[in-house]
Design a protein around this ligand. Sequence first.
Ligand code: SF4
Ligand code: SF4
Length: 151
Amino acid sequence: MNNVLANRTMEERSDVNLYAELGNIYHLLEKEVTQLNPGCNRCGTCCNFSTFDHVLYASSIEINFITKNTAVPDFNVEDNVCPFLKDNQCSIREFRTLGCRIFYCNPLYKEVLCEMYEKYYHMIKELSFKYNVQWRYLPFLDHMACWKSIS
Ligand code: SF4
Ligand code: SF4
């Protein structure tokens, strides 16, 4: 095996481990959120960010996880609507970001969910350092638009 192939294989192995660990973090979060049960009827309204005056942020690791596993539709940042929202449903639930997983419109849970967000945000950040992935934390739509422009 030549060096290029060997390096690529190492990179692929590292990616597999990285995304397995990210999946575990999401799984832990899902368990905590299920126990908390803030309630959601999956109406999809909060994925139209203007509706809640909400800015969804995401890290490079999460953007990479999405772009490696899904087709990113064309979209206009100015619309301020997630491009993955289809018929008011998330079309990439398995790959959605931490912010998507932790946002609930019920104001009673705002404080506890913010604390939970901090905890998982730091876990993902540590993963970024562990796997030497550049840490960039930007509004989701800007991040996606940037990725689109260079892909
Ligand atoms: S969190 Fe609220 S707005 Fe968002 S999908 Fe659930 S019920 Fe709808
Ligand atoms: S990825 Fe899915 S859950 Fe997250 S904002 Fe987009 S449509 Fe909503």
